[in-house]
Design a protein around this ligand. Structure first.
Ligand code: CMP
Length: 134
């Protein structure tokens, strides 16, 4: 379902899996969904001060921070920081809403991303496969 399946190091795969399991929304997904999501993620690098997510915009990616440091801002107010091993950007993807906050790189950051289309096709394929079993 993704054009190229990633060859991760075991530690990267573990980090992404743990980040998904630590996210209140993503941890409710089925293990098969999570496995396929991890396999389809690809790495993006952001420089210090670069915006990863802009509040109010439509969301097309789900992310996991692998290395670096991010800041979360809402209505111009600093809400907190994100450390490596954090999944984010799930709200606009899961609920089809606008981005609820801005996420900005504080330092150079390595981030794994999954695009909306791939996320949706993973969800559809697994649901379809289950229907076909019965
Ligand atoms: P999304 O709304 O798609 O894009 C912005 C992301 O920032 C959001 O998903 C969450 O992953 C994250 N986020 C939103 N509010 C907070 C908050 N108060 N603290 C930390 N992260 C947040």
């Amino acid at each position: 379902m993704c054009s190229s399946v990633n060859v991760f190091s075991t530690s990267t795969k573990k980090l992404i899996n743990e980040a998904i399991m630590n996210n209140d929304f993503l941890k409710k997904l089925e293990p098969q969904h999570t496995r396929e999501m991890v396999d389809c993620m690809y790495e993006k690098i952001y420089t210090a001060n670069q915006l990863v997510i802009q509040e109010g915009e439509p969301g097309n990616y789900l992310y996991v921070l692998a290395a670096g440091l991010l800041e979360v801002i809402q209505n111009g107010k600093h809400l907190g920081q994100m450390q490596p091993g954090t999944a984010f950007g799930e709200l606009a993807i899961l609920y089809n809403c606008k981005r609820t906050a801005t996420v900005k790189a504080v330092t150079k950051s390595h981030i794994w991303a999954l695009d909306r289309q791939t996320f949706q096709s993973i969800m559809m394929r697994s649901t379809q496969a289950r229907h076909e079993e019965y």
